[in-house]
Design a protein. Structure first.
Ligand SMILES: [Mn+2]
Ligand SMILES: [Mn+2]
Ligand SMILES: [Zn+2]
Ligand SMILES: [Zn+2]
Lengths: 134, 134
DNA sequence: TTCGAACAGGATAATAATTCTCAATATAGT
DNA sequence: ACTATATTGAGAATTATTATCCTGTTCGAA
């Protein structure tokens, strides 16, 4: 059985507090403020476990690091190609797409995810400023 | 300007031959059959360069490794959660989705992709066999 | 053509993210 | 309290990727 240890509780709480889709390392920094002795391995181990148990969402998209999300219902994301920031996209989930896909593949479909790439407002401004400085 | 060196030519040719969305390392193995002295770094370096120049597609999806695709037009993929195999999905690209997303975000949208996860036919069979053996 | 600068390759080192190992500790159930 | 099991924290190991460095090659101007 999966024990609800202090570590797991705090990891889950801190993840639930933010909307930033933090990486394991970012979460480690947040959690360490409350549990200074926690190990990075513990954070990784438990994020993995909680994702497997459907308690949280593991977002494996572009960029070099995995990100995590306390919102477990399927929804879509946009990632800044400049800084890696990930935000939620408030558009309806395309359930009909799954049926469409199922009709054209011999895979047994588990789920799907849509990821947009773009430039976040902050990076747009920075780029404009850099452009002007040329 | 980007010189078309022998290495680049062979990498591009080998990538074009397959539909398997190979990783850099898989491509390295393919290319080495023709250019046994080529370095893995050269493969990485040139895949990156060619992706930047729009000659090929870099697929950053789930799984631990980046994959590459000679088909540059946007299209969608399905990845086997068991073995990591990636296949094309033959469903139309949702261009209207981009407009929808643009309306709800302050990001400047560059592109999007859809990734399904599922179980490939081979893994379905293997799992069924393992299930039966229990 | 010849010369030099820029380009590119191969070998290898370095980095980054993640996973593994293992002894020590905590916990639940009896 | 006792025992079996689960979990932790520290650190080593692994994996994928990128950077460095030196050498050779190529392009293009003189
Ligand atoms: Mn989200
Ligand atoms: Mn493809
Ligand atoms: Zn940004
Ligand atoms: Zn499979």
């Amino acid at each position: 059985m999966l024990r609800l240890t202090t570590q797991r509780q705090v990891i889950l709480e801190e993840l639930s507090k933010v909307t930033s889709h933090p990486t394991a390392n970012e979460l480690y920094d947040l959690v360490r403020k409350r549990l200074p002795r926690i190990g990075l391995g513990t954070v990784y181990r438990n994020l993995e476990l909680m994702a497997d148990n459907g308690m949280i969402l593991k977002i494996e998209v572009g960029g070099t690091q995995k990100r995590f999300d306390a919102t477990t219902e399927n929804h879509y994301h946009i990632r800044c190609a400049e800084c890696g920031k990930v935000d939620d996209l408030d558009i309806p989930v395309l359930n009909n797409l799954v049926a469409q896909a199922a009709a054209t593949t011999s895979y047994q479909i588990i789920g799907h995810h849509v990821e947009f790439t773009g430039t976040c407002p902050a990076c747009q401004q920075r780029l404009a400023r850099e452009q002007a400085a040329q």
